[in-house]
Design a protein around this ligand. Structure first.
Ligand code: BTN
Length: 261
């Protein structure tokens, strides 16, 4: 399948913001994040958008595998944006990235803290941010994987959603055209201003607000949004708790009593 990637259009819009920026599309690679991390460690620190039509060893958060669906060519969009970054405070970057992704794609998309993109009660996209220090500079690699079509094999742990459910005409190239430039702008804005100005916008997309959660550290409580640094606020029986890093899941509602009344 030949795809018309909007590489030129993206390059024209981003070059004035990042002068040495380039766009690269590869038919296959192990992982776009791994490749940009390797390049950065080898001293290649120019800003780049690397798109892979297929990943053989895609990586997710917490060391998980990010599957490429072999069923349909380009049933997902996988890319990484690499760039030198020096914000005063890194906290909240992943939320800022997630927000840029949902806002550029569709009003119905929501964020499951910190940066999973969900549609209704299913996961539609994932984000993996890694950084590497090279001399005085820190290079950030922001990897994004978006389901364009529904994967044939559904991982039961997290049911999948796809962008075609809300944008029926979409394909991977169209999705890249929607998301790439807003993502670069959002990251540069984050570098200059941090997360605090994005807090209200995050709350408007917050999947978890007001829901009972269980955290991987055992804490339970009701989600109350995020603070100015992007930490999750959890209303627990011991008061408000700030969660900066944990996995959270929605607490299943107690089973309805079955007494026939
Ligand atoms: C997650 O939800 O666990 C994050 C998934 C991130 C997947 C993307 S696909 C493009 C980039 N390359 C990778 O190997 N991972 C990220």
């Amino acid at each position: 399948m030949t795809v018309r990637w909007p590489a030129e259009t993206i390059w024209e819009a981003v070059s004035p913001l990042l002068p040495t920026f380039s766009v690269e599309v590869l038919p296959q690679i192990d992982s776009t994040n791994s490749e940009l991390m390797r390049r950065a460690r080898a001293g290649q620190l120019d800003p780049v958008l690397l798109v892979a039509e297929r990943q053989s060893a895609g990586r997710g958060r917490l060391g998980r595998h990010w599957a490429s669906d072999d069923a349909g060519a380009l049933s997902s969009l996988t890319f990484s944006l690499g760039l030198p970054l020096s914000p005063a405070d890194w906290s909240g970057l992943s939320l800022a990235v997630g927000l840029a992704v949902v806002e550029s794609l569709h009003p119905d998309l929501r964020l499951k803290w910190p940066n999973d993109v969900w549609l209704q009660e299913r996961k539609l996209a994932g984000i993996l941010i890694e950084t590497v220090s090279v001399g005085e500079q820190r290079y950030a690699v922001v990897g994004v994987g978006i389901n364009i079509l529904l994967p044939r094999a559904q991982d039961l742990r997290t049911p999948a959603a796809a962008l075609c459910e809300v944008l029926p005409e979409v394909d991977a190239a169209i999705a890249l055209g929607l998301v790439a430039v807003p993502l670069v702008r959002a990251i540069l804005r984050f570098e200059a201003e941090g997360f605090a100005p994005l807090r209200t916008a995050f709350h408007a997309r917050d999947l978890l607000y007001g829901r009972e959660l269980v955290c991987s550290d055992g804490a339970t409580g009701m989600a109350r949004g995020v603070d100015a640094a992007g930490a999750l606020l959890l209303h627990t029986e011991n008061g408000l708790k700030k969660i900066s890093s944990a996995e959270v899941s929605v607490r299943p509602a107690p089973a309805a009593s079955n007494n026939g009344s």
